[in-house]
Design a protein around this ligand. Structure first.
Ligand SMILES: Nc1nc2c(ncn2[C@@H]2O[C@H](COP(=O)(O)OP(=O)(O)O)[C@@H](O)[C@H]2O)c(=O)[nH]1
Ligand SMILES: [Mg+2]
Length: 326
């Protein structure tokens, strides 16, 4: 079955593009037959990444199927082919059930799991040459606290659909400026990797915001996470050994008041992450086609996209090229 790319730009597309970027936010997530799923904290740039990825796929004449699974999403640069809001919206749930945003989101996903045909029936129609892009909500609890998403991933990957999936976890690059915050974001990424048990890439998004602020050599230590970054933190006051020894008990008032216990906790978290050696990051500048292309090549490898393509006769390739050039 041959289908053209379904993702069509919405009327808001140009408005969103022209509006430029808003204030920097924290971390977020996207997922993706080949499916790529964007996930991560709210404001990390998941939806922007999905938009960039879809545009990049279109530029390269690759078909994609865009699924919005954020029941609170309001604006889309491309019209989703499937939108959870046609099943249930966060606004309605909060109003009718009297729930807050986090409880409401969990309710929406529980409702989706009870009505999975809404998602699986249209996906049955999508052929292997498509990249399915899932845009996900930002509430981190969904990835780290409750077992709903692992259940959803299992259905899509191991049920009759048998979709090969890769999760893309986005952490905003500005976190590298605040090292304890960077490690806390990295811990969330690791926790999501363990919960979801699926191929996973981690991305430092919004690289444009840290351009010129972090030396290349330092950035390497964030990309391949290095726990010693906390000891070399320039924002931390260096203390003499004698001073450090005074704070061996992290529960003492002195330790608490001068931040020594906070540092010890952060160091323990960083060493845990380092010890597992599971998290490293790809850098993403969503405005840069090469950067998007590089991230996509990792996703393609993870989902074995190219291996799964039917060999095509030369005449089936693009015929846009004028072969009669002199
Ligand atoms: N400077 C900069 N801003 C970005 C980038 N990606 C997203 N943003 C901005 O960050 C905010 C949140 O982005 P969005 O994609 O909606 O995040 P989501 O909540 O993870 O889906 C928006 O104001 C975007 O314009 C980026 O690569 N660079
Ligand atoms: Mg979003």
């Amino acid at each position: 079955m041959t289908r053209t790319t379904r993702c069509t730009p919405t009327r808001n597309h140009e408005q969103i593009r022209d509006a430029g970027y808003g204030a920097p936010h924290a971390v977020e997530y996207t997922l993706g037959w080949h499916a790529d799923r964007a996930q991560g904290p709210a404001g990390a740039g998941k939806s922007t990444f999905c938009t960039g990825l879809i545009q990049h796929l279109q530029n390269n004449k690759r078909p994609c199927f865009y699924v919005n699974l954020d029941p609170a999403a309001e604006e889309f640069a491309f019209e989703p082919d499937l939108d959870i809001k046609d099943l249930i919206s966060l606004e309605d749930v909060m109003e009718e059930m009297g729930l807050g945003p986090n409880g409401g989101l969990i309710y929406c996903f529980e409702f989706l799991m009870e009505n999975l045909d809404f998602l699986t029936d249209p996906l049955e129609e999508v052929t292997e040459d498509y990249l399915i892009v899932f845009d996900m909500p930002g509430q981190i609890e969904l990835y780290t606290h409750v077992p709903i998403l692992p259940g959803l991933v299992k259905t899509l990957m191991h049920g009759s659909l048998n979709i090969r999936m890769c999760a893309a976890y986005l952490l905003e690059a500005t976190f590298v400026i605040d090292r304890p915050k960077f490690f806390s974001g990295t811990l969330s990424a690791m926790s999501a990797m363990m919960m979801l048990e699926m191929p996973h890439i981690n991305i430092l998004s919004k690289m444009d915001l840290v351009k010129g602020q972090v030396a290349k050599r330092d950035l390497k230590r964030f990309v391949d996470v290095d726990a010693d970054l906390l000891d070399d933190d320039p924002s931390r006051k260096v203390k003499s050994e004698a001073e450090e020894r005074k704070h061996v008990d992290p529960a003492s008032k002195d330790s608490l008041m001068n931040g020594a216990s906070f540092h010890k906790l952060n160091k323990a978290v960083a060493e845990l992450i380092d010890g597992f050696s599971m998290v490293s990051f790809l850098k993403l500048d969503v405005q840069d086609e090469d950067s998007l292309g590089a991230v996509l090549s990792y996703i393609d490898d993870a989902i074995q996209y190219h291996e799964a393509q039917e060999p095509r006769e030369p005449k089936e390739f693009d015929v846009d090229v004028d072969i009669d050039q002199d």
